[in-house]
Every structure is written in C-alpha cells, then in structure tokens.
Design a protein around this ligand. Structure first.
Ligand code: BMA
Length: 332
C-alpha cells in the first residue's frame, strides 16, 4: 500500500479535475532509466524537434549538483533515447556562476535567430540566477551567460520581439521578502541587457494557494486569445511547501497585461510519485508541447523533485476554462 492513496483535498474538488489527464505510464522517466548514475531526473524542458519530442531534463548527481541531459522519443511517452553523458553541463572555466549546477531549463524556438533559446538557472555562489544559451541542434550550445543577477529563476523567453523588443518572464526574489516573490517581465534590444522591469503576476497574500511566492512554469504559448502560461504557487504549511499550478492568459501585444488568472489551482500533487520523493508534494513542469493537428498539449513535469511525469490536456479546454476566470484584481 502506498503511503498516500490520494490527496483527499484534491479528490473532492470538482472544478478542474478534467483539465489534465495523467499518463498511465507515469512516471515516464526516472533515474533507473538513465544510462549513467544519477540521483534524480526531473523538471524537464520539452519541445518538438525533428518531428519527435525532445526533453532536456534536469539531472541531479550524487554530489547534489545538476546538469541537463536530453531524452528523445517518437510518442513522447515511451522508448526514450537518452544521451549517455550530460548534454549541457556546468562550464566552470568560462562560467564560474555555474559552480553548483544548472537547473530547470525552458526552451523557446526563436524564428528570427533560427535558434532555440535555452533559459536555465545557474546555481552561483551568489545564489540562483538566470542564464541563457542558444542552440540549433541540442549538441552544441552558445552561452550568453547570466542575464539576470541573483536571486532570480523560473525564466523563459517569448518567441518573437513584441513592439521591437525581446521579452523575458522571470521571478526575482527580493532580499526583503515581506511583499512576496512575484512574476516579472523585462525587455531587451539585444538579449544581453534587460530593463523596463515590471511585475505582471503578483503572489497573492494570506490564505491563497499562491500566496507569497509564484513563478513561471511553462514558456508562453501563443494562442489566438493571448499568451497562455502555467505558473506555480507555493503554499507553506506546517508540514512543508506544496507546489501547485495555476493558469494565466496574457495580452498578445502587451503581455504585461494579464487578461485572466485562475483563482483555483488547476493541477496539484495527488499521485504517490508526486507526493513522495526528495522534495514531497511538488509538480513542476518546465515544458509543454502542442500538437497543432489535434489540439492536444502534453505537459512534462518533475514530480517530487525525483522523476518525470506527463499529463495531457486540450488547448481548447484550457482556453474555455481561463476565459471563465476572473480578470485579476490589483491586490488579490
Ligand atoms: C523551486 C525550484 C525547483 C524545485 C522546487 C521544489 O524553487 O528550485 O527546481 O522543483 O523548488 O523543490
């Protein structure tokens, strides 16, 4: 008998349970599938590449440091072909900020550059910061280095310039945590220098599931209704934190304008592999892949900071759901 059958709070909730369907193959990947020794594999970026699904997984070694390794599959569920050594690992000579590992990548195809932008967290001596690398083939990478100073993580690039500027979503943590850790957008002309910083999704306060700390999960997905994102809210309890996911819709031409934000979380830890692991009660996607023909979205997530799981949903269902959500209030 698993220690946790279901999370009773979740199984009683009606509003969102049909939105995401967990794969019966979950967890689809874990350290036992890895071709070399690893403690855990989790929080993967995901993208369609050469007609297949490519995951760039965070792999934690037995020192506790992370690197990124790719896994490729035809159906995105089975028969993964996994690199036999790290695909992108810390480059300590040229990038000392990567000293304690690189984590939680998000990938965006950037048509203008004819490159994939990989945005990841570098665990530097000064704390976690946001780094960027470009690649054409997921074999060789051109590093741009740190683009946001610590403490900052959970970042992704928009796929095209908007009103002439590149846009980055990210989540700085203020030293004075009183007001909370919020989701921001910053703008750049050259991808190196970022400014015009603005909060877009503030952490709520008090009893909310996403009080005090929120962060981006999946890179913005362009839809006719707006940019869709999944973000996490961190609920602190006396037993530890619970990482759950909410949905938001950003204006197409001004993504700093949040059109809709879900009041309720739309996905949260329920299954034993999500509830028990190195860090219990965490679901943490870093990528989703839309099938343009069927409208199905595959969401790839780290479960309990230990393994990789997948859930499917329909773009149409997400849009119908989010359009019924309220427009965000200034002070939730
Ligand atoms: C966040 C990130 C994630 C991790 C989560 C839960 O701050 O560091 O990598 O999955 O915490 O531990």
């Amino acid at each position: 008998m698993p220690k946790f059958e279901t999370n009773p709070a979740e199984s009683n909730s009606r509003s969102y349970r049909e939105l995401f369907k967990r794969s019966p193959n979950n967890p689809i990947l874990s350290s036992k599938d890895w071709p070399y020794a690893a403690n855990t594999v989790f929080n993967p970026a995901a993208i369609r590449y050469n007609g297949k699904i490519l995951l760039l997984a965070r792999v934690e070694d037995h020192r506790g440091f992370s690197h990124l390794t790719k896994a490729v599959s035809e159906d995105g569920i089975t028969n993964w072909s996994i690199d036999h050594k790290p695909t992108l690992e810390p480059d300590l000579e040229n990038h000392p900020e990567e000293i304690w590992g690189i984590e939680d990548p998000r990938i965006t195809w950037v048509e203008e550059l004819q490159r994939y932008a990989v945005i990841y967290t570098s665990f530097s001596k000064g704390g976690p910061l946001v780094s960027m690398a470009l690649t054409k083939d997921f074999e060789t990478f051109e590093r741009l280095g740190p683009i946001m100073p610590p403490e900052d993580k959970d970042a992704a690039l928009f796929p095209r310039r908007i009103n002439g500027k590149w846009l980055l979503i990210h989540r700085p943590i203020p030293a004075y945590r009183g007001p909370g850790a919020h989701i921001w957008i910053s703008r750049s002309n050259d991808l190196y220098h970022w400014g015009e910083h603005q909060i877009i999704i503030p952490a709520r306060q008090g009893g909310w599931w996403d009080a005090n700390k929120v962060g981006l999960n999946t890179p913005p997905l362009e839809t006719p209704e707006g940019w869709l994102i999944l973000y996490h809210g961190v609920r602190q309890t006396s037993a530890g934190a619970i990482y759950r996911l909410g949905l938001a819709l950003l204006d197409l031409e001004n993504p700093c304008r949040v059109l809709r934000r879900s009041d309720e979380w739309v996905f949260g830890p329920r299954e034993p592999y999500e509830r028990e692991g190195d860090v219990s009660d965490v679901v943490f996607p870093c990528g989703w892949v839309l099938d343009e023909k069927t409208g199905e979205i595959k969401v790839y997530y780290g479960a309990a900071d230990t393994c990789i799981a997948m859930a499917t949903t329909q773009l149409q269902d997400l849009l119908e759901y989010i359009k019924k959500c309220p427009e965000p209030k200034a002070n939730g």
